[in-house]
Design a protein around this ligand. Structure first.
Ligand code: HEC
Length: 136
C-alpha cells in the first residue's frame, strides 16, 4: 500500500510542471487527467478483486475535444482513439481475473501507443499502471 502512495505522489510530482505550463488546460487535457485517474483506480479495483468502475468519458467526447494550441496530433489520431475504445470494450467483457489483468494491460498499452506518436511526456506516468503479468 505504501508503494502505491509513493507512486501516486511521484505521478503528481511529474505532472505538476506540465499543469502549470498552460494557464488553462485544454479540453483534451482535462479528459486525459480523468482517464489517468480512472486507470489508477481501476488498477486497485483489479488488485482488490473488485468490480470494474465506469469509464469517465466517451469516444465522442475524446474525438471532439480541443487540443492545446500549437500541439500536433498524428494523422492517425482518430484511429488511435477508436483502438483505445475498442480495447476498453474488450476489457469490460473480461470476467476471469487473469483475462481481466491481460485486458487491462492491453488497455494501458493502447494509451501508450497513441502517446508514442502524439505526446510522449506522460508515458512514464501511464506505464506505472501496467500490472505485473506474474502477480496473483
Ligand atoms: C488518441 C491518442 C491518445 C490516447 C488513446 C490517449 N492519450 Fe493521453 N494525451 C493525448 C494527447 C494528444 C495529449 C495532449 C493533450 C493536449 O495537450 O491538449 C494527451 C495528454 C495526456 C496526459 C497529460 C495531461 C496533463 O496533465 O497535461 C495524460 C496524463 C494522459 N494523456 C494520459 C492518458 C491515459 C492514462 C490514457 C489511456 C487511458 C491516454 N492518455 C490515452 C493523446 C492520447
Amino acid at each position: 500500500m505504501k508503494t502505491v502512495f509513493l507512486l501516486l505522489g511521484l505521478c503528481f510530482a511529474l505532472l505538476l510542471p506540465s499543469s502549470f505550463a498552460a494557464d488553462k488546460p485544454s479540453e483534451l487535457t482535462r479528459l486525459m487527467r480523468q482517464m489517468l485517474s480512472y486507470i489508477k483506480q481501476e488498477k486497485l479495483q483489479i488488485e482488490n478483486n473488485k468490480p470494474a468502475l465506469h469509464f469517465p468519458t466517451t469516444l465522442q467526447k475524446v474525438s471532439k475535444a480541443k487540443i492545446t494550441a500549437g500541439k500536433k496530433i498524428s494523422n492517425e489520431h482518430r484511429q488511435y482513439i477508436a483502438d483505445f475504445f475498442g480495447e476498453l470494450n474488450h476489457y469490460y467483457q473480461k470476467q476471469d481475473s487473469a483475462e481481466r489483468r491481460t485486458g487491462f494491460n492491453l488497455l494501458v498499452s493502447s494509451c501508450i501507443n497513441c502517446h508514442q506518436h502524439e505526446c510522449p511526456g506522460p508515458i512514464v506516468v501511464i506505464k506505472k499502471n501496467l500490472l505485473e503479468p506474474t502477480e496473483q
